[in-house]
Ligand binder design. Sequence first.
Ligand code: BGP
Length: 473
Amino acid sequence: MKFSNDFLFGAATAAYQIEGAIDIDGKGLSNWDEFVKIPGKTFEGTTGDVAIDHYHRFKEDIKLMAEMGLESYRFSISWPRVIPNGVGEVNQKGIDFYNAVIDECLKYGIVPFVTLYHWDLPLPLERKGGWVNKETIDAFVNYASVCFNAFGDRVKHFITFNETVVFCGHGYLAGAHPPGIKDEPKQYFQATHNVFSAHAKAVLAYKELRQFGDIGLSHVFSPAFSVDDSAENRWAEQHANQFGINWYYDPILKGHYPEYVTEILEKNGWMPEILEDEKQALIKAAPLNDFIGLNYYQPVRVEKILGEAESVEHSRQNSTGAPGNPSFDGAYRTVAMADKRYTKWGWEISPEGFVDGLRLLKEYYGDVTMYITENGLGDEDPIIEGEICDIPRINFINDHLCAVKKAIDEGVNVKGYYAWSAIDLLSWLNGYKKQYGFIYVDHNNNLERKKKSSFHWYKDVIDSRGENLNYPA
Ligand code: BGP
């Protein structure tokens, strides 16, 4: 029951959620630095101004990760720390910081897995239209090239974008992430297309440098399953997966969009503007992607909306991931089911859905290399006699690693697993209350770090290469 020796056991974070130091050492402001200051946008007004102060404590944090036996650390680079205005001058102190983080990882033999864009867009670019503005594509490719040149000698795994569906969906449909726009499907599809174009052009730029590393992108993977066997709900499942999976992976892996979706976009006037050079970049880059990343937290259970389309009053609460909303096009709704298990935040716990979803991806995209770039349990961890006893997290990760092993044994090509998160950090909309880490951060005591039960458990899993997992009978 061991995972192969080249399988990477890792854990992940993202810059805005850990670094703090938002205006130190030449860093420019990001769209998030501004957005979190708008009243009501985040849980109890929490911000990443200080976060967990990783900017000043990264050595201590990476030392702990090494002690945990982590083989790989996925973290993101803050674009405005590297290029404060998004374009133009490069901030050497930003480059120095990430060089130090990378070198610290390598000192312990930890493989750095670097995300270039985990949602913090330089503010001047957001002001000029953000991802709807095509200038952002070139700005990203330039920023990516700066990173390849600065870090590519030591970083051999790059993720261009994290979860396009989340930052564009929340940005242009739900209004819950910057730029806070609601119900604008035309802008939403334009933003996603611009992101895919930026990805494709960055892949081409990377391959031209011949740095002999791997590049891909990460998508939140929430496979849709019908609530029952009825024809209409089966239709809802297909429809949801076309919009939620194929729209996101087809342009990357096949170099073109799924016809099912484009026909609907044409009919509704939602089709994005696709320039010829972007079309060519997608086609050329498709075979050059080395992997896809999957962030799996939960599947979605769907049923078709019969009759009048429902509308939803968007709020922070109904944008934080629990089922219960109609789809943007009013075609189906996501539902919580009586026979399923849910977290305190209403996210379904389903390792079975993970295996089924991985099977589905294999069916769609064949033998593509995959990394699970996020998976984990958001919880309020119990503290008993000073110990952080996060047993539910241990059970969650155990069951999901077993699901990954099962899929691998069935021939799905998964090369690594990154728990979300390495250390407790800021949840974008849920503040510091929702914890994910192996390492606890005490916000009442100078951000002191403390190992949780799961820290010791994950170390044992890595040491035994998964042999001591509690596999289902
Ligand atoms: C993913 C993001 C992460 C992280 C995680 C947990 O979508 O890539 O950055 O935040 O979700 O989400 P939450 O903090 O909302 O529970």
